[in-house]
Write a protein of this length. Structure first.
Length: 160
């Protein structure tokens, strides 16, 4: 059973706005890479028009993923790569999908584990990430190439 609640503020009329943008990241080497600044360069102007909302980031690939984690100490990203390589090894004897290389099936498993999308709150025209949080591109292939990102934002229109 679905229940839908609709709320209305008595004396205030807030208008909604949205945008969607698709762009391609440069090719990254295998590993975990901070891409928060690259994403912000692509959407800063549009994002500034939203007061309160939700920002959705989606990667259009099955062998790379996205996650949010620490943006300060680069050793965290090195440890992520080491952990996932140990947890999901190449050359496992039970893999049947091997035609695209020994790193391909593990890349699919890692991408499914971490996920292809993120949702981040928008507050006053900015992503409301924690102090030490950043958006990671998780490149699971040795030569993954350029990756396509789709961002979608929805929220109340900023009053300035």
């Amino acid at each position: 059973m679905w229940i839908l609640y609709i709320t209305r503020q008595a004396k205030t009329h807030e208008f909604m706005t949205s945008f969607q943008k698709e762009f391609t990241l440069k090719a990254y080497s295998r590993g975990f890479h901070l891409i928060t600044k690259e994403i912000m360069q692509e959407v800063k102007q549009e994002l500034s028009s939203i007061d309160i909302g939700v920002f959705h980031v989606f990667i259009q690939h099955t062998s790379a993923s996205l996650t949010i984690n620490e943006n300060a100490d680069p050793s965290v990203r090195v440890d992520f790569e080491s952990h996932f390589n140990d947890s999901v090894p190449e050359h496992a004897p039970y893999y049947t999908h091997t035609i695209e290389g020994s790193d391909d099936m593990p890349a699919h498993l890692k991408a499914s584990t971490l996920g292809s999308s993120l949702s981040i709150p928008i507050s006053h025209g900015e992503l409301n990430l924690g102090t030490w949080q950043g958006i990671y591109l998780c490149e699971h292939r040795d030569n993954g190439g350029r990756r396509t990102i789709v961002v979608t934002a929805l929220g109340t229109l900023s009053k300035h």
